[in-house]
Ligand binder design. Structure first.
Ligand code: F0G
Length: 472
C-alpha cells in the first residue's frame, strides 16, 4: 500500500449524483438492431472478432471511447475557423496556447493520434535494450516499445490486480517495484518512466496526485525523466478531486496543472478526454528534446504546425480540451459510467471494482470460470454479448496481451476482462440499462458459453485482425 488514504472509508458510499447531463441534444443518428440470425451470420463472417464487424451491424457500440465522442456546437463552429495553411496556421497557435494554459508545457507537436505521438517520441528517445517502467502501459505503447527491442516493465500496485478490492487509486505506481527496476538497470538504459492516467489496461483506474509527486521526486533523485500518457488526464483529475485527501476544494484545472508540473512531457491521444474524433500531440518542457522530436515529427506526421491533422481538427481539439476539463461535464460522465457499473454489480455480475472513469470491465475469469485462459474467456464473452444484444465490447485479456517476444508463449494477464467503454456524450442511461439487462441474461446462462481458439493469428497487435473458432 502506498501512503494514500481515501477521503471515504468505503468509496462505494461516495455521493455520486450524476444528475441530468449538462447539455441537450441537437442532432441524432439512428441505430438499428439486426435480428439474431443476422447477428450470427455477421459474427461468423467476422471470424468471431468484433473488430471485423461492419459497425452498422452493431446496435450499441462500446468497443472504445476513442474518437467516438459527440462534438459540441462550439467544436463544430471551431471547425469552420480552421485554417488549412501548411505552415504557421493560426489554428496551431490556438492549440499551443490551450495546451500551455491547461497543461503548462511550452512546446507542442501535433500528431494524428496518440500512437503517432508515441512513435515520434519513442523514435527519438528509445534505443534497443532500454527499459521503460510504468503502470500498465497501453497496448500501442507497449508495442512501440517492443518494436524497438526495448522492454516495458509494469510497476502497478498489486491492489490493481485484485478485482474486488475497493481501493481509490488502483492505477498507482508501486514505488518499491519502481525502485527495484531502477536499481537493477543502468540509468542510461531508462529513457523515461511512464505514468498512464487513467490506467486503461488495468480497469480505467486513477492515479493519485501524491503518487505522481512521489514518482516524480524519485525520478529527479535518479536523474530520470518522467512522462505521462495523458489520454484520460481530465477524468484522472476528477478522481483526484473527489477521492484524495485535501484535494476536494480545488479547481479541476488547478489539479491538472499540478499533475503535469511533475512531468517532463506527455503524449496525448486527444480522441479521449479532448472529445475529438481524431488528433493527438506531444507536449514537452525541454527545447532540445522538442528539436530532436521535430525531425521525426516532420518525417512521420507532417510539418510541425499541423502534424497529421487538418486545421479544422486542430481547432476542434483546442476547444475540446477546455470542454473536456469542465467539472460539470466530468461529474456527469463519470457518474453515468459509475451508475452503469453499480447496476451490474448489484445484479451480481463480476466486474472490476470500483468502476473506471471511461469504462466498465467485466471480470471474465469469474464470469466464465469453466473456460481456461488459453481459450480466451473474455473474447468468448464479447462474442456472446454481441449475439445476445448487438452490443460490441472489447477483449482486454490474453489475446490483447500477445505472446512474449522472447519465449513466443501466450502471456495470460492477471486480469481477463471484457471492457465496455462508454463514448462521451453519445449514449443515454436507457442504452446502458439495455446493455446491463443483456449481460445479466448472459450471466444467468453462463455455463452454456464456450471457449475459443485461433483460426488465424497475425504477428503484431494480433487482437485487431485475429480470427477464431469455438472450441467444442
Ligand atoms: N494511450 C492510452 C492510455 C490509450 O488508451 C490509447 C488508445 C493510446 C495511448 C493510443 O492512442 O488510439 O489515439 O493512437 N486507446 C484506445 C482504446 C484505442 O480503445 O482504449 P490512439
Amino acid at each position: 500500500m502506498t501512503n494514500i488514504e481515501s477521503r471515504h472509508s468505503n468509496i462505494l458510499d461516495h455521493p455520486y449524483s450524476s444528475g441530468p447531463e449538462p447539455f441537450k441534444i441537437k442532432m441524432v443518428e439512428s441505430i438499428q438492431l439486426i435480428n439474431r440470425e443476422e447477428r450470427e451470420a455477421a459474427l461468423k463472417r467476422a471470424g468471431l472478432n468484433l473488430f471485423n464487424l461492419p459497425s452498422d451491424h452493431v446496435f450499441i457500440d462500446l468497443l472504445t471511447d476513442s474518437g467516438t465522442g459527440a462534438m459540441s456546437d462550439e467544436q463544430w463552429s471551431s471547425m469552420m475557423k480552421g485554417d488549412e495553411s501548411y505552415a504557421g496556421s493560426p489554428s496551431f497557435f490556438r492549440l499551443q496556447s490551450a495546451i500551455q494554459d491547461i497543461m503548462g508545457f511550452p512546446f507542442i507537436l501535433p500528431t494524428h493520434q496518440g500512437r503517432a505521438a508515441e512513435n515520434v517520441l519513442h523514435s527519438t528517445m528509445i534505443k534497443e535494450g532500454d527499459v521503460i517502467p510504468g503502470n500498465s502501459h497501453f497496448d500501442t505503447t507497449k508495442a512501440h516499445i517492443e518494436l524497438r527491442h526495448a522492454k516495458a516493465v509494469d510497476c502497478t500496485i498489486d491492489e490493481c490486480f485484485d478485482p474486488v478490492l475497493d481501493y481509490p487509486f488502483k492505477g498507482n505506481v508501486d514505488i518499491d517495484k519502481l525502485k527495484k527496476v531502477v536499481g537493477e538497470t543502468d540509468n542510461s538504459k531508462i529513457p523515461f518512466v511512464l505514468i498512464t492516467v487513467t490506467n486503461n489496461s488495468g480497469g480505467g483506474q486513477p492515479v493519485s496526485l501524491a503518487n505522481i509527486r512521489e514518482v516524480s521526486e524519485f525520478c529527479k533523485s535518479e536523474g530520470l525523466q518522467l512522462f505521462i500518457d495523458a489520454a484520460r488526464f481530465a477524468e484522472n483529475a476528477w478522481f483526484i478531486k473527489h477521492r484524495e485527501v485535501g484535494q476536494e476544494n480545488r479547481d479541476i484545472r488547478e489539479i491538472i496543472r499540478e499533475v503535469f508540473s511533475y512531468a517532463d512531457g506527455a503524449t496525448m491521444s486527444a480522441k479521449k478526454d479532448a472529445i475529438v474524433n481524431m488528433g493527438g500531440f506531444i507536449a514537452l518542457r525541454d527545447e532540445k528534446l522538442y528539436e530532436d522530436c521535430s525531425s521525426y515529427s516532420i518525417l512521420f506526421e507532417g510539418y510541425l504546425t499541423y502534424g497529421g491533422m487538418t486545421g479544422r481538427d486542430v481547432e476542434a481539439l483546442a476547444t475540446g480540451l477546455y470542454e473536456g476539463t469542465e467539472e460539470d461535464y466530468l461529474t456527469s460522465r463519470i457518474g453515468r459510467v459509475r451508475a452503469f457499473g453499480d447496476a451490474l454489480h448489484e445484479a451480481g455480475v463480476p466486474t472490476i471494482r470500483p468502476p473506471g472513469g471511461h469504462a466498465i470491465y467485466v471480470d471474465a475469469k469469474r464470469f466464465l470460470p469453466h473456460i481456461d485462459q488459453e481459450q480466451f474467456p473474455a473474447q468468448a464473452l464479447t462474442c456472446e454479448l454481441y449475439l445476445e444484444a448487438g452490443v460490441r465490447g472489447v477483449e482486454i485479456g490474453t489475446v490483447l496481451n500477445d505472446r512474449d517476444p522472447e519465449t513466443g508463449k501466450n502471456r495470460p494477464p492477471a486480469l481477463e476482462l471484457m471492457r465496455l467503454a462508454i463514448p462521451r456524450r453519445v449514449y443515454t442511461d436507457n442504452h446502458l440499462a439495455y446493455v446491463k439487462d443483456a449481460i445479466v441474461r448472459l450471466y444467468e446462462r453462463r455455463d452454456s458459453i464456450k471457449g475459443l481458439r485461433f483460426s488465424y493469428e497475425p504477428g503484431v497487435l494480433r487482437h485487431f485482425r485475429a480470427r477464431f473458432e469455438w472450441v467444442e
